[in-house]
Design a protein around this ligand. Structure first.
Ligand code: PLP
Length: 409
């Protein structure tokens, strides 16, 4: 009945599949390089100390668990706007966009929820349904956008033979795409390659975006992971704000997440902001976002957003959070450097590792080599050669480097 027997089994999620296989492995030298979540030098997940303190404050003061608004609390929206668009008073263009009511912000169910809401919104209201995404990109981008009914196609981003950005190819493929397309841009720490554009390259890309009247959709899941300082990692946003203020780009959207930079993974805390053409557009857009979200999940969860509010509202905790984030990023950079030093460069140039930023290294190893690492050495990573650097620490870096050297040579 009901056709349930015709339901095919869906393929398992590749990353979660790796974690499952890892858990089953009895080799005590096993390493999990699949998951994009932070681990400390002893291989354990952490809670940022500033987050723990914010939770203690909340626990002592909370008196209710009422629903928040459909788009989250005003306080949360204001903190997020100020953090990202005003850049702590350093982005005059962003500050003006906020003051002119040209930014609509909604709390969302982390970054993925934000992408879902904007995907549904664009599927309903955008004239163009064509979305350009970098090749390669986070696999879930394609799933989210196509599920909403958008047509996703790739623009050139990475040259696998040179282990670097193919900037000429990137520009050419954007130039040849249809005018007024939607274009997905990774704000920093491009996933999976870890390779970002320079400010000068962003400028060139935004010239094309502007001339071809693309709608930029920025995904920012790793703010702070490029430089260790969240304010330094938003050059793309400042550039966009400048162009919007000068009426060169009319509007754009930003999907943001506190999963990585506040370690709030499972609290599912993020935001969607749409920078609009006018205060009138903002009213209409916010009303449609509310209508959409009300039917999708009614309102977002409150624990994570209250942590964000507590941290942003307390100068001491705020400072502590920035320093917690900086320590996380510096550990990743230290271990990246250590791994680089231990890799044998006789037959393989590993220099790209040092230009890559964020949670991952994009090794350039083939699927066969990744499988060999798994089968012979119990080292688990996705077959595209992306390794989560946070799974590497002082205790396993020698074993890992040694195994990679054997597989490569
Ligand atoms: N975008 C990119 C590129 C990501 O890598 C991730 C997480 O891995 C996300 C968005 C969304 O993450 P979350 O839904 O956990 O905030």
């Amino acid at each position: 009945v009901h056709g349930w027997n015709k339901i095919p089994v869906a393929p398992p999620d590749k990353i979660l599949g790796i974690s499952e296989a890892y858990t089953k492995d009895s080799n005590d030298k096993k390493i999990n390089l699949g998951v994009g979540a932070y681990r400390d030098n002893s291989g354990k997940p952490i809670i940022f100390p500033a987050v723990k303190k914010a939770e203690e404050k909340l626990f002592a003061s909370e008196t209710e668990k009422e629903y928040t608004a459909i788009v989250g609390s005003k306080k949360y929206q204001q903190y997020v706007k100020d953090f990202i668009f005003n850049n702590s008073g350093k982005d005059a263009n962003g500050a003006k966009l906020i003051a002119d009511n040209r930014i609509v912000t909604a709390q969302t169910i982390s970054g993925t929820g934000s992408l879902n809401v904007i995907a549904e919104f664009l599927a309903r209201f955008s004239a163009s349904k064509k979305l350009l995404v970098p090749q390669p990109t986070w696999a879930n981008h394609i799933s989210v956008f196509t599920a909403a009914g958008l047509e996703a196609s790739y623009y050139t981003y990475y040259d696998t033979s040179a282990n670097g950005v193919d900037f000429a190819g990137l520009k050419q493929s954007l130039e040849s795409a249809e005018d007024e397309s939607l274009v997905l841009l990774h704000a920093c720490c491009h996933n999976p390659t870890g390779m970002d554009l320079t400010p000068e390259q962003w400028d060139e890309v935004l010239e094309i975006v502007q001339r071809k009247r693309f709608f930029p959709l920025v995904d920012m899941a790793y703010q702070g992971f490029a430089s260790g300082d969240p304010y330094k990692d938003i050059g793309l946003i400042r550039n966009l704000n400048e162009r919007v203020a000068a009426n060169k780009i009319s509007s754009y959207a930003l999907c943001q997440s506190f999963a990585k930079n506040m370690g709030l993974y499972g609290e599912r805390t993020g935001s969607l902001s749409i920078v609009t053409e006018s205060a009138e557009h903002s009213v209409a857009i916010e009303s449609q976002l509310k209508k959409l979200i009300r039917s999708m999940y009614s309102s977002p969860p409150i624990h994570g957003s209250k942590i964000v509010e507590t941290i942003f509202g307390n100068p001491e905790l705020y400072k502590e959070w920035l320093s917690n984030l900086n320590s996380v990023v510096s550990r990743l950079n230290t271990v990246r450097q250590k791994l680089y030093e231990k890799l044998d460069k006789t037959n393989y140039n590993w220099d790209h590792l040092l230009s890559q930023r964020g949670m991952f290294i994009y090794t350039g190893l083939s699927a066969e080599q990744v499988i060999e690492l798994r089968e012979k050495y119990s080292i688990y990573a996705t077959e595209n050669g992306r390794f989560s650097i946070s799974g590497v620490n002082d205790n396993n870096v020698d074993y890992l480097a040694d195994a990679i050297n054997k597989v490569v040579n």
